[in-house]
Design a protein around this ligand. Structure first.
Ligand SMILES: Cc1ncc(COP(=O)(O)O)c(C=O)c1O
Length: 486
């Protein structure tokens, strides 16, 4: 089967393949019941990786165009959902500039009973009642907060609270050097829209946060993955890479990295900043987890070392207090900050004043005591999950207990087909994040991410035990298949 592929465009190869096949199916060129070439055959004939074709087939299956079954292959579905009359004709060919974000896929399975794929804290552990009370009071006593646009840069009182909060964490700034955004996701998007364009080089850890990969890829940037080890990003390797391709921006999660959980050592933080100075580029330091340490506070943020405005620091309050309030703080300086504020105003004219004021008293007065308790609860949760892993994880599964954050990062034996495992687990009501979505590019990954804090403890125990037993069964059956084949 031939498909024309264009390399080096914003449309990824899996999208091009799935888009072409979808058109052939909906137009009737490929009739219901037609068997598609195997992943291996199509990958060989198009000179792409098998992962690329697997992704395209997964997309087609999700859209109901094809049906795949283990061992039999993929077939054009008997009943292909036809778009409404008159719509297919023009919408199909209408150009867009969005990447086919991996992120939305992760949220597609919200209905599962055990959502280990979501990196967040269960609402039982969050201070929602406190924030709710403040919000209710604000709504009745200050309804005018809903009747006005706030400051684009963020409410001045909240910025003052954030200033004190960051100072306690080693970052001395003026409140004029802070901006409030609707979550860090918006902060990343604003940086990307403002400073990254087609052909720019963005370096980031491999693996990294899916949502950031999508945003930078969507700008047409060349994303280069930097290897990591137990001390975080290999800054020595990055230095050599920068010799070949000058960085426009380095995106990093130095503390309890998402997904791997590793923390960048102080020595490497310093070297990374040196590198940014020598290349006159930006570092985006994304820091949602630094308050969630189990034993020892992590090293100072890179922003604490920055005297020349190279670091755009982002601290989310979603993970720790209330994802629904969509509050994050972005610290930057000089013209870089001015340009980000302009982008923020063009994007949404400022974050909602009501939620900014609702989190303000909590962050100002109760946050530190609350975070101390939260750390204890999370550590207990993590230790419980670690105990289950020791008890039920089949041989060959590798992982290290994290020192903070919300995730476990498991390396599975090569015999496990992670896509298949994902499907089987979802049928049992369990979801996890496949490591491949944390890679820029189409590389396969033997890793998966499980978040241990998303459910009440009893459910976490039940779901994780069930998942580990499924994993053991899968491993047993793939080992038996391999034995009989050899
Ligand atoms: C590393 C990282 N950065 C940013 C975000 C976005 O968070 P928010 O927009 O809720 O602040 C997330 C959410 O999962 C994340 O894990």
């Amino acid at each position: 089967m031939h498909i024309d592929l264009l390399r080096g465009t914003e449309v990824s190869l899996p999208q091009q393949i799935s888009g072409t096949l979808a058109q052939r199916i909906t137009s009737g060129l490929l009739s219901p019941g037609t068997r598609l070439p195997s992943v291996r055959t199509l990958a060989a004939s198009l000179a792409v990786s098998q992962m690329t074709v697997s992704k395209a087939y997964a997309e087609l299956e999700k859209r109901g165009h094809i049906v795949c079954s283990q061992g039999k292959g993929c077939f054009v579905a008997e009943e292909v959902k036809q778009p409404a009359e008159g719509m297919a004709s023009w919408q199909d060919g209408y150009d867009d500039y969005l990447p086919r974000a991996q992120l939305w896929r992760n949220f597609d399975s919200l209905k599962v009973q055990y959502p280990f794929h979501l990196a967040s804290i269960h609402h039982e552990l969050l201070p929602l009642a406190d924030i709710g009370r403040i919000m209710a009071k604000l709504v009745t006593e200050h309804p005018e907060l809903m009747g006005t646009y706030g400051n684009f840069q963020g409410d001045l009182e909240l910025r003052e609270v954030m200033r004190a909060h960051l100072l306690d964490r080693g970052i001395p700034l003026h409140s004029s050097e802070l901006m409030i955004t609707s979550g860090t996701q918006q902060g990343i998007d604003l940086v990307a829209r403002t400073f990254v364009g087609p052909g720019d080089t963005v370096y980031m850890e491999s693996p990294s946060y899916t949502g950031a990969i999508d945003v930078f890829a969507g700008r047409g940037a060349e994303i280069i993955a930097v290897p990591t080890d137990s001390e975080g990003m290999r800054v020595d390797v990055l230095t050599r890479m920068c010799d070949r391709r000058k960085p426009k921006l380095i995106y990093t999660l130095p503390t309890f990295q998402n997904p791997s959980g590793v923390t960048l050592s102080m020595a490497r933080r310093q070297r990374l900043l040196e590198l940014a100075r020598s290349y006159r580029c930006l570092i985006v330091e994304d820091d949602p987890f630094s308050d969630l340490y189990f034993r020892q506070a992590p090293p100072l943020p890179i922003k604490a070392l920055d005297r020349e405005g190279h670091v755009v620091y982002m601290k989310s309050f979603s993970k720790v207090i209330a994802p629904g309030c969509r509050i994050a703080c972005v610290a930057a300086s000089g013209d870089i900050l001015s340009r980000l504020i302009a982008a923020k105003s063009a994007s949404d004219l400022g974050s909602p004043l009501l939620t900014q004021r609702a989190v303000l008293p909590f962050i100002a007065r109760r946050y530190d005591a609350y975070a101390a308790k939260l750390r204890i609860s999370l550590r207990e949760r993590m230790e419980k999950a670690a105990q289950l892993l020791k008890q039920y994880a089949p041989p060959g599964v590798e992982w290290a207990p994290p020192e903070g954050g919300l995730n476990l990062w498991l390396k599975l034996p090569a015999a496990i087909n992670i896509r298949e495992l994902h499907g089987l687990a979802e049928r049992e009501g369990v979801s996890f994040l496949p490591g491949e979505v944390c890679q820029a590019g189409d590389q396969a990954s033997p890793y998966i991410r499980l978040c241990y804090s998303q459910m009440p403890e009893a459910e976490m125990v039940q779901g994780l035990t069930q998942f580990l037993q499924l994993l053991a069964r899968q491993l047993g059956s793939s080992n038996r298949t391999n034995d009989s084949a050899s």
